[in-house]
Ligand binder design. Structure first.
Ligand SMILES: [Ca+2]
Ligand SMILES: [Ca+2]
Length: 276
């Protein structure tokens, strides 16, 4: 995939892309490579691919795994990803203390009931060895889910005779933020009842990066109101609290994400308040 290749270049893991990270070196490359590298640099400089990132957590609290018992869980709550971030690969590792590896069944889940997918880390593997541990990179089962959530490592001992405990586990969630431009589908209310006081005004759409920059424009008087304060924000809904005053007019609203991408202008009406 094109995108992941650019990410690889940005993080310097790929031999051919690493050379592109220094502009100074482009001139020393064969002409064909120089052109490719200049193209990659242009994309990186434009910020188009600036959002690849990851968040991690560790839980080192030991959890007893009862002999021949039910599943027990250890959780890690991830909250550091930006709103709208979706999973693009998970790395997970665990260490357990147990005299028989092959007693254990261990699964990673993105929710308490494993309704959002199951990744089996251990299935009675390892024979009679003790103290199982494992690290896995690039688990794809959970791709597309929101990143910020409580992650569950479930463990069960399925063979009578001896028992142990989950010693610690860690998770790294790689993510993408939505890099598409914001778009406006509708505003509410529309029309706006004119009033000489602030009123809640909701903008519905997609790909809002919270908080974006919101600009209002009163076409009748040609006044522009940039940097409106956003009182509520999700990727699909924004609330601002402007004072539209009382004159009938056509207005526009524009949403711009921090990466500079714009929704374009969405027009709506303000109507004069009723005289009664
Ligand atoms: Ca399993
Ligand atoms: Ca056992």
């Amino acid at each position: 995939m094109k995108h992941s290749k650019f990410y690889t270049g940005a993080y310097g893991r790929s031999g051919e892309a690493v050379v592109c990270l220094s502009k100074d070196r482009v001139g020393k490359l064969p002409r064909g490579w120089a052109l490719v590298c200049m193209a990659i640099l242009a994309v990186l400089a434009s910020g188009v691919e600036a959002y690849a990132a990851s968040v991690s957590g560790t839980n080192s609290v030991a959890v007893k795994i009862p002999d021949d018992g039910g599943f027990v869980a250890s959780t890690i709550t991830i909250s550091g990803a930006p709103e709208g971030a979706v999973v693009k690969g998970v790395d997970v590792s665990f260490k357990a203390v147990h005299s028989s590896c092959d007693n254990l069944n261990i699964d990673l889940n993105a929710d308490a009931k494993s309704e959002l997918g199951n990744y089996s880390l251990w299935d009675l593997d390892g024979g009679s060895a003790d103290n199982p541990s494992k690290s896995v990179e690039g688990v794809e089962v959970f791709d597309g889910l929101p990143v910020n959530r409580t992650w569950f490592l479930y463990a069960r001992d399925e063979v009578p005779g001896d028992e142990g405990f989950l010693d610690e586990w860690s998770i790294t969630v790689h993510f993408d933020t939505n890099t598409g431009p914001p778009s406006i589908d509708s505003v509410s209310p529309d029309p706006v009842p004119g009033a000489d006081r602030p009123q809640a005004f909701t903008i519905n759409g997609n790909n809002f990066a919270c908080p974006p920059n919101v600009t209002l424009h009163d076409l009748a008087r040609d006044f522009t109101f940039p940097n409106r304060s956003v009182s509520a924000c999700s990727s699909t809904s924004l609330t601002i609290n402007p004072n539209f005053k009382t004159g009938a007019a056509t207005w526009t609203v524009e949403v711009k994400n921090p990466d500079g991408k714009s929704s374009g202008k969405h027009s709506f009406k303000v109507v004069a308040p009723s005289k009664k």
